[in-house]
Design a protein around this ligand. Structure first.
Ligand code: 1GP
Length: 246
């Protein structure tokens, strides 16, 4: 498979919008992989992300192997911890939590991951991860013991994303948190996008086609949706119908 990052850049240069379905191994029953992935394949999804804040050892490796039996879509790791790294995937988002000031999640876990990564042929994509408040405490907040950035101070969010780019990161992931009550506003997304030359990922709390389109129209190049599919797989059918009518 070609470089996942290059494919993302190529798609963006053609004006294509990308959608990742996020599967959290901790919340997903392995027996439903086949039926779930059939729906992913039929939808407008372009990527499958696998990861979660708290995942048992080996669960990611087992799940990724199973998913691969049913799809040709690229599988990208979105890990909450080093234990979730597996070379069965096509790429790894090497996430640095730029919104927090916990050195473990800024650089510590990354150092821990190196000995594992050096034995693998896994594409590593440096990603600045920015958690923004959503009105309720999220799993990322609890696990990393960091505070999300307030929505009101948009310039601080923009500067944080820009700092990630200046540090050489290849992607910025703006995150409202899994299951967020409200997705990120168009203003936050568009202000950040205006300042960036690298691709922008947006996720958290997107549950409808209208919200998905808002994120795309505001400048998100890749949108991540997890909870909406976990809660109601008929969202896939909605997306498929929408794809046919686009
Ligand atoms: C979570 O951004 C992802 O890290 C997806 O969020 O589960 O709310 O779709 P949802």
């Amino acid at each position: 498979m070609d470089s996942i990052y290059k494919n993302i850049q190529d798609s963006i240069s053609k004006g294509e919008k990308l959608l990742a379905v996020l599967i959290d191994p901790d919340k997903f029953s392995i027996e439903s992989t086949s039926s779930f992935i059939i729906k992913v394949n039929e939808s407008i999804a372009t990527h499958i992300f696998v990861g979660g804040s708290i995942v048992n050892n080996d669960a990611t490796d087992i799940l990724v192997s199973e998913i691969k039996k049913h799809t040709n879509l690229p599988i990208v790791l979105f890990p909450g911890d080093v234990s979730q790294i597996t070379n069965k995937a096509n790429a790894l988002l090497f996430l640095s939590l730029l919104s927090g000031r916990n050195s473990k999640y800024l650089i510590g876990k990354h150092v821990e991951a190196v000995s594992k990564l050096s034995k693998m042929q896994l594409e590593v994509i440096s990603t600045g991860y920015i958690l923004i408040e959503s009105g309720k405490e999220t799993a990322v907040e609890k696990v990393t013991n960091t505070k999300p950035m307030p929505r009101g101070n948009i310039q601080h969010i923009v500067d944080t994303a820009k700092a990630g780019q200046l540090l050489g990161m290849k992607l910025i992931y703006l995150e409202a948190g899994s299951g967020a009550g409200e997705p990120l506003t168009k203003t936050i997304i568009s202000r950040v996008k205006q300042e960036l030359d690298i691709p922008l990922i947006v996720g958290g709390g997107i549950r409808s086609i209208v919200q998905l389109d808002h994120a795309f129209n505001a400048g998100a190049e890749l949108v991540v949706i997890g909870t909406a599919f976990e809660e109601d797989e008929s969202f896939f059918d909605e997306l498929r119908e929408n794809k046919e009518s686009r």
